[in-house]
Design a protein around this ligand. Structure first.
Ligand SMILES: [Zn+2]
Length: 370
């Protein structure tokens, strides 16, 4: 099986012609639709590139067909890899050169329509790590996100599934507002380790409500026709900073926790069982009466977490499956559980009692995956 991982790198704006990149994206969109894209004023290598990339289209993670006309389509690019010992792999005329000898990435001709124009970037550690793990970066993409130029590198690797050791890592992504709960079940079917992983909710809550309050103030100013005043500009800036901080915090949390769990799975050669019942999460968040903006944010990052986790599990060849692990049904007798204060669940039928977050893990114990 081919596993893929990707990284997004922001390009220096002063070295890139955003309009040129936008034009390349539009031409890519046309090429996807089988239109001829020969235009006289583009460098020949880029022309050929746009024309020929269909041959490797399906190799790209992001290279799915654009759904509508003029949808933003990233420009797929081939790469040339130059290794420490001087050996090379790939197309010599490729627009992206990964130079491991000098630890730089060179982007040729796609940042600006000037013959021989090169943008050089430091080689990200991410690329070196993926290559050391046996991966190869055969493709890259360039495109705009919120009008800012980015390069995406796609690492590929052939993986063979490892034989699980009898350990199971159960992961419950029940509601992001309560974080992620995981448990490690040993071959004797005992819980060897169990822990909920929670983001700092109070922090997110504070930032979110502060941003909401400032938005209301800004709205008032706008209605009074004062939307362009220095005071309004100051509010806009502050709101942006708060939002960015919130996203950065949640993104970081998702990334770090996904990585941590993947590393645990590698160390113990576990099978991973994931319950990502986003529907139940949504309901739970509704019951908590969270503001809808915050609810959406939590769900978005819960999804992101699952995606990051699965990508890493595939990359390292760790077997995984999705399984429904209901936290409101008794894992012993399947009777409906009752909520006690303090997130404890109890079964009125058989007397089973456990913390809410532990119930899904106990489901895995009782199902006895082997
Ligand atoms: Zn029961």
């Amino acid at each position: 099986m081919t596993a893929r991982r990707a990284i997004l790198i922001e390009l220096p704006k002063d070295r890139c012609d955003v309009d040129y990149i936008r034009r390349l994206m539009a031409l890519t969109n046309l090429a996807y639709r089988d239109y001829e894209t020969w235009v006289p004023d583009l460098p020949k290598t880029i022309q050929r590139h746009l024309h020929g990339f269909k041959n490797f289209m399906e190799s790209l993670v992001f290279g799915t067909e654009p759904k509508r006309w003029f949808a933003e389509t990233w420009v797929p690019l081939k790469t040339l890899r130059v290794y420490q010992d001087g050996s090379m792999k790939g197309d010599k005329s490729a627009p992206v050169v990964l130079d491991f000898k000098n630890s730089v990435i060179k982007i040729r001709q796609v940042c600006r329509s000037v013959s021989g124009f090169v943008v050089e970037l430091p080689m990200p550690r991410w690329v070196v790590e993926r290559v050391n793990e046996g991966g190869d970066v055969r493709f890259a993409m360039i495109g705009l996100k919120n009008d800012k130029p980015y390069l995406t590198l796609v690492a590929e690797r052939e993986v063979e599934s490892r034989d699980p050791s009898g350990y199971i890592l159960a992961i419950d992504v029940n509601a992001w507002s309560n974080g992620v709960a995981y448990g490690i079940i040993n071959p004797n079917n005992r819980i060897a380790e169990y822990s909920p992983l929670r983001p700092n909710l109070r922090l997110i809550d504070t930032w979110y409500h502060k941003a909401e309050k400032l938005s209301k103030e800004l709205g008032k100013l706008k209605r009074l026709g004062l939307g362009q005043t220095p005071e309004a500009e100051r509010l806009k800036r502050e709101i942006n900073i708060l939002r960015r901080k919130t996203y950065a915090y949640l993104r970081d949390f998702a990334q770090k926790r996904a990585h941590e769990l993947a590393m645990k799975a590698i160390r113990l050669r576990t099978l991973v069982v994931i319950d990502d019942m986003i529907e139940e999460s949504r309901r739970e968040l509704l019951e908590m009466k969270l503001p809808s903006g915050l609810r959406k944010l939590y769900l978005a990052y819960a999804r992101r977490f699952v995606k990051l986790l699965v990508t890493q599990l595939e990359w390292y060849g760790i077997p995984y499956k999705f399984e429904r692990l209901p936290s409101t049904v008794c894992p012993v007798c399947k009777h409906e559980l009752i909520y006690l204060p303090g997130r404890v669940m109890i079964c009125p039928n058989c007397g089973f009692k456990a913390p809410r977050d532990k119930v899904p893990i106990l489901w895995v114990v009782n199902l006895k995956y082997k």
